[in-house]
Design a protein around this ligand. Sequence first.
Ligand code: RFL
Ligand code: PHB
Length: 384
Amino acid sequence: MGAGPAGLLLSQLLHLAGIDSVIVENRSREYVIERVRAGILEQGTVDLIREIGAGERLMREGLPHEGIHIRFDGMRHRIDLAALTGGRHITVYGQNELVRDLIGVREATGRPLFFEASDVSVHDFDSARPSIRFQAEGEEQRIACDFIAGCDGFHGVCRQSIPPADLRIYERDFPYAWLGILAQAAPSCDELVYSRHERGFALFSMRSPSVTRLFLQCAPDEDVDQWPDDRIWEELCTRLGTTDGWRPNRGPILLKGVTGMRSFVAEPMRHGRMFLAGDAAHIMPPTGAKGLNLAASDVRNLAAALAGYYRSGGETLLDEYSGKCLSRIWKAQRFSLWMTAMLHNAPGSDAYEGRRQTAELEYLMGSKAAMTSLAENYVGLPMD
Ligand code: RFL
Ligand code: PHB
């Protein structure tokens, strides 16, 4: 269920293991391909994409980054990710580009992928013969299957179809959100800049040598209409600019939007013969750039467990799926929350909190141990 990164990666892994699948997606092909979201791939995610034969354009157009900058007190401080992690790095590549590539790979297999499915529902997943029902291509469709993979995102039907008493939910809301833009402007720094500023967090990122992606901390209910282009650029330059005169290049704004922030984990990630993967089971603030990468590590485990089942009939790996994923997910939750708390200005927070954040940042930049901890989490903890 779902043609986001989790569903598409899983279906290709299954295809390579000789396992049939049907993908059911409720949005249109164009919508899924054009939806602008994440942009940072961990090295393990890039390796997985290459292993399944979907990495050709990623290797050509993705931007490898060996470091990031943290800006505070008017200065940029570089963290050398590669030097601190034995040469590991991240790759900047738009999630929508990855989804475009994965849809191409799926379509080349000739296996089914339904877009614009409506009235989607899942049934009998606590029995040996689950099924999925939906409307698509003008007909009522019904698929009988061995397993359902709930890769349908945070608002999907799979998690919501599990009896609430059988799920434990852990969640936390944040009193801020991100106003994000995509701009036709050459990045003025070749690495990301995460900024703590008394007016709020800001982030400088990019998509290509001619497109910059930028974010500003804002209110959860911020009205984008109150943000004409000039106001956005003024605020970005104030929060990101440094005393050496560096600031982002301006250019036409191609897209504006507000992204809410929440931490959420549903346990276990399995109910009978339905398995949850990616945002369907967990989300976190984007400050750690982890969501898409966790979707990849979840489905890597799920594909291995399903392949093991079809090879031997054994269910050990299926039984271990949820626990194995959750161990990595909770470490990413911890990291994302830590990055978020270090860099954002909670409304109403006191002077003590401001001084604590400064001390945290000064300690980080002054300690190789602290920088190594950030670096090994940012490039991605081992998938196994
Ligand atoms: P998705 O991508 O939401 O895909 C789920 C798919 O399921 C479809 N769907 C249904 N299909 C059938 N029936 C239904 N009833 C359905 N309901 C929904 C949806 O249309 C969709 O196509 O989940 P998936 O595959 O788990 O992938 C997760 C990632 O999309 C998400 O974690 C990341 O985008 C989060 N994220 C980031 N992650 C990173 O690793 N690095 C980043 O730099 C990063 N930055 C971000 C982010 C998310 C952001 N936003 C917009 C929330 C930056 C932002 C601003
Ligand atoms: C992005 O480029 O979209 C991006 C980069 C880093 C983040 C979140 C989003 O932490």
